[in-house]
Design a protein around this ligand. Structure first.
Ligand code: UT7
Length: 329
């Protein structure tokens, strides 16, 4: 029989440095009022020059292992979802495999932008469900500040840095992940991208001069896609789990824009206390938003044993992912 798979432990890590909207007012032509009313973001965390994604990922992973009550040597696989790896290769997963001392773990990075953590959870779940592995570490980490054009007000007010990690393992029947819905629409691939630095446009003087190593985004296109996805992907995940929206105890959405989150909450008929929001403090940290939001919700007592969680994300690719999770082991 297939095994049930769930989350054994969570951990997160955030850089200390806070960049407020008032700080941004001094850097680009923007205002606290514009940023708060259009996005809901008030401040974000920024990694220092010497900190890379693997550093934040390592801290979050150590905390997740501790909360799961297992050691790094018990891990069979490490999946890191990121669009800001330390370097193109080796994978950031291999870097933390070495630093954790997870000697028997296989390791790879996964690229699904802001949906990466949900893609990672779904991937890890298959390995455990079919009995191939017992314990899988899934990390969502980003240092978006390192690929942000700090002179572009369209993007620089949105992003932040952070890491969240989850240890997955077998759980009691009926608990854990009840469904996943993953999807992609590559026709929207130009709406959100990092144009240069890959094999299409290798780094050159020209690509640097043209600022092609920074995030390029068509905000309105992504917004329209996000609103559609929030509705469709949440409905599909609920349907696959055989549950109705009334059963949801907590919605943990990707933290990109409060207007997108409010829309999803309204469609699902959820009151404010059933929606996890922390983007005011951290901005959009891409793949890291959902694990960090879950970790905070757990620490704040917003998640209890047996609760039904609905996770949903959208992002570059374009991609989406959603999942229904019954909390507990
Ligand atoms: O994880 C996925 C990543 N991406 C997203 O989730 C992004 C989804 N999109 C969004 O969240 C929104 O589209 C944004 C927050 C990016 C933009 O909000 P919007 O309501 O779609 O604004 P807009 O792009 O239509 O811009 C409205 C105006 C423009 O001025 P004009 O042309 O009307 O004169 C912009 O130039 O706001 C201007 N603007 C700004 N003004 C002050 C754009 N950025 C700023 C800014 N400060 N930072």
């Amino acid at each position: 029989m297939e095994r049930s798979v769930g989350i054994w432990g969570l951990g997160s890590a955030l850089p200390e440095k806070i960049l407020t909207n008032l700080d941004l007012e001094k850097m680009v032509d923007t205002s606290d009022e514009w940023i708060v009313s259009r996005t809901g973001i008030r401040e974000r965390r920024i990694a220092s020059k010497s900190v890379a994604s693997s550093d934040l990922a390592l801290e979050a992973s150590e905390k997740a292992l501790k909360s799961a009550g297992i050691s790094a040597e018990d891990l069979d696989l490490i999946i890191v979802a990121t669009v800001t790896p330390d370097m193109l290769f080796p994978s950031t997963a291999c870097i933390i495999q070495a630093k954790l001392g997870a000697k028997k773990a296989a390791a790879f990075d996964l690229s699904a932008a802001c949906s990466g953590f949900i893609y990672g959870l779904a991937t890890a779940t298959q390995f455990i469900r079919n009995g191939m592995y017992e314990h899988v570490l899934v990390v969502g980490v980003e240092c978006l500040s390192k690929i942000t054009d700090w002179e572009d007000r369209n993007t620089c007010v949105l992003f932040g840095d952070g890491a969240g990690a989850a240890v997955l393992g077998p759980v009691k029947e009926g608990k854990g992940f009840l469904s996943f819905d993953l999807g992609a629409d590559g026709t929207g691939r130009d709406s959100l991208k990092l144009p240069a630095g890959g094999s299409r446009l290798p780094a050159s003087l020209e690509t640097v001069e043209q600022k092609m190593h920074y995030v390029s985004m068509n905000g309105q296109e992504v917004f329209k896609f996000a609103v559609r996805v929030m509705e469709n992907a949440t409905e599909t995940a609920l349907e696959k789990a055989g549950l109705t929206k009334e059963k949801i105890d907590l919605l943990v959405p990707h933290q990109a824009n409060i207007r997108i989150i409010d829309y999803a909450a309204k469609r699902l008929g959820l009151s404010e206390d059933k929606v996890m929001v922390n983007l005011d403090k951290y901005g959009n940290m891409s793949s890291a938003t959902i694990p960090i939001a879950m970790d905070e919700a757990l620490q704040e007592g917003k998640i209890k044993d047996g609760d039904i969680l609905l996770l949903v994300a959208f992002g570059g690719g374009l991609t989406w992912g959603s999942s229904v999770l019954k909390w507990g082991r």
